[in-house]
Each structure stands twice: as C-alpha cells, then as structure tokens.
Design a protein around this ligand. Sequence first.
Ligand code: ZN
Length: 83
Amino acid sequence: MSRDFLFGGTRAMTETKACRGCGAQILWLQMPSGKMMPVDAKPKKVIIMKEHVGHGETRVLPELVNGYTPHWASCPKAAEFKK
Ligand SMILES: [Zn+2]
C-alpha cells in the first residue's frame, strides 16, 4: 500500500524531520483544516470503522489500513506541541 493511497495524491509532506523535543523521526502532515500535525514517521497497521453502502443499507465494517500516530501521543516532550 503506497503513501499515495493514504493521501489521495494531495500535497502531504513526506519529508521526515527530527522532533525538536525528543529527536525521533516525525512527519508533518497537513490536516483538512490546514493545520499541521506532527506524526510518528513510521506508519502502523490500524483498524478503522468504515461505512459500506449497498443493497439499500449502510453497514459499518472494520477495515485494516496503514495509519499514522500523532507524535504528541508518544513524545516524552509532548507538552511542547500543545501551544
Ligand atoms: Zn518528540
């Protein structure tokens, strides 16, 4: 699964940088709101709940995808991101 799949070919930043708090490799992703969010550079397998519409009904089913963890969830210096 490529990153293009994840981001739909939009201008996501895929350049890794070292976190200024802990030195870990992170990515800055632009959210739909325009805000930049730091995430851990290495994607993880995560399960999302996704709506599937068909046969006149909508069902919510789990789907396995590559996902990024917000870096402030794992960074020991997370307080620096909360500004
Ligand atoms: Zn960090």
